[in-house]
Design a protein around this ligand. Structure first.
Ligand code: GLP
Length: 241
């Protein structure tokens, strides 16, 4: 796994957007694995810009989101469904809605929904490029420390530190959902290529732990050392010591 410091968040955002754009350009039926979170907002803005300027036909592209909060309706302002439509799908409304896959956080049977999502991933996948952010505790998707490496899409109990970190997006901490449906670590590893993005000082510690190379379930992202095609892009602030 190699790491490249691109200096600024602006450079990272532009570079990753360009990678996604160029993949869609070459592969009109491509499969993209998408991530949410603050890190990705500027990346999607750059991607929308590239798509719009070039009027790319994306109607054959399938997208797969990593995760969704349990209990938030699709139209809740903090659901990842809303996030994705706000930053990408509504900004460039040429995607085919039925090709945009996001776990349904409102499903009455969450375990069943997780199974369905994994099935869709297996039937329509594999993902060509999976974009990942990283949590301060090393989570990817919502796979918290301790998640088995062989996990598939499942229902997750969020840790206190993740609830705390994500509370900045909600009116107050008590409104942050306690659970999420997330692709598992094994589901993520099925992608042909993985790009992990980390920017800002709050990610420096996780990146330092990741780049020591130790593979442990205490740091879920460390499973990526076992994948043959992973690249990491950071800014100055997230660059490990
Ligand atoms: C959330 C998401 C992750 C994301 C992480 C970092 O918990 N489930 O996919 O990578 O947070 O988010 P941010 O970019 O806002 O720091």
């Amino acid at each position: 796994m190699n790491i490249t410091n691109l200096g600024t968040k602006a450079h990272v955002s532009f570079f990753v957007a360009t990678e996604l754009y160029r993949h869609m350009l070459r592969h009109p039926q491509g499969r993209l694995g998408l991530a949410t979170g603050g890190t990705m907002v500027d990346m999607y803005a750059n991607l929308v810009d590239l798509l719009s300027k070039n009027q790319l036909d994306v109607s054959g592209i399938h997208t797969f989101n990593l995760d969704e909060y349990v209990g938030l309706s699709a139209d809740h302002p903090e659901s990842y469904y809303t996030y994705m439509h706000d930053v990408l799908f509504n900004q460039y409304p040429k995607f085919t809605e039925s090709f945009l896959h996001i776990p349904n956080g409102e499903a009455s049977d969450v375990a069943q929904e997780a199974k369905r999502y994994e099935r869709v991933l297996n039937e329509k996948g594999p993902v060509d490029i999976q974009i990942l952010g990283i949590g301060q505790n090393g989570h990817i998707g919502f796979n918290e420390p301790g998640t088995p490496f062989d996990s598939e899409t499942h229902c997750v109990n969020l840790t206190e530190s993740t609830i705390e970190a994500n509370s900045r997006y909600f009116d107050n901490k008590s409104n942050v959902p306690r659970q999420a449906i997330s692709m598992g670590l094994q589901s993520i590893m099925k992608a042909k290529r993985i790009i992990l993005v980390a920017v800002g000082t709050s990610k420096k510690e996780a990146m330092t732990r990741l780049m020591t190379g130790e593979i442990t379930t205490d740091l879920p992202a460390s499973i990526l050392h076992q994948h043959p095609n992973v690249e990491v892009f950071v800014d100055d602030e997230a660059m490990p010591y």
